[in-house]
Write a protein that binds this ligand. Structure first.
Ligand code: SF4
Ligand code: SF4
Length: 229
């Protein structure tokens, strides 16, 4: 009996030691999800700081988007905003975590994004700023679904002004976009790729579908509230 029990005990001890080592290594190494969550929080603060600046300095000079009869976000000949992966993650997280929107709304937006990709022939090839699309995040009567928490810098900057001299300076937007790209690169460990909003949303949803997630409406890693554009 001792001859057979001893190897069994040794194997159990070895397995326990291996498990302890794995758990210790896991405790020391931050998970990818945790770092994405931190990056999303930083991204949100960055965008909100920029939005406050634009609102304070230029908001009173711009037309009121809430009463606009022809919202630019729905104009398929106009929108050519490109974003990075982290911004797409922030958009889906914002929708899913919003008490007003939620996972079902995220699924609707993803479906609209896929349709926009097909309808407008959005691809990663060539100059991705050349193609335009109607934004899947826009809803009539509501506005931009990610207005406060995940709006791209280009959208925060954009507005209609009576006079050219009232237009916001562009240096701060460029700076914010550089910061966004750096954050994205640091988070994902690869150079940022700028793509049209629908394309990144569709790509992200496809990636998530490949991950072992029980509910494609509940993002494993992310971050919302909706206000009119
Ligand atoms: S920026 Fe505002 S006011 Fe101008 S077209 Fe777009 S929604 Fe309308
Ligand atoms: S992200 Fe929001 S503000 Fe920008 S184009 Fe889409 S709906 Fe408009």
């Amino acid at each position: 009996m001792r001859e057979t029990a001893a190897p069994g005990r040794a194997r159990r001890q070895l397995a326990r030691r291996q498990l302890a080592r794995r758990l210790a290594a896991k405790r020391q190494r931050p998970t990818a999800g945790a770092s994405v969550a931190k990056a999303l929080a930083r991204l949100r603060r960055l965008k909100q700081r920029f939005a406050r600046y634009i609102g304070r300095a230029y908001g009173h000079l711009a037309a009121d988007c809430a009463v606009c009869p022809t919202p630019c976000c729905a104009d398929a000949q106009f929108v050519n905003v490109n974003i990075v992966r982290l911004e797409a993650e922030a958009m889906l997280a914002a929708l899913r975590q919003s008490p007003r929107q939620g996972p079902e709304k995220a699924r609707e937006v993803i479906a609209r994004a896929r349709r926009a990709v097909a309808r407008h022939g959005l691809t990663e090839a060539g100059d991705t700023f050349e193609k335009t699309y109607a934004c899947p995040l826009f809803e009539r009567g509501v506005g931009c679904l990610v207005h406060w928490k995940a709006k791209p810098a280009a959208c925060i900057q954009h507005g209609c002004y009576e006079r050219w001299e009232d237009l916001p300076e562009t240096g701060t937007q460029r700076k914010v976009e550089r910061q966004v790209a750096a954050l994205d690169e640091a988070t994902h460990g690869a150079p940022s790729v700028w793509l049209p909003i629908p394309l990144w949303l569709a790509k992200l949803a496809a990636d998530e579908a490949c991950q072992p997630s029980p509910d494609d409406g509940a993002a494993p890693r992310q971050a919302r509230q909706a206000e009119p554009r």
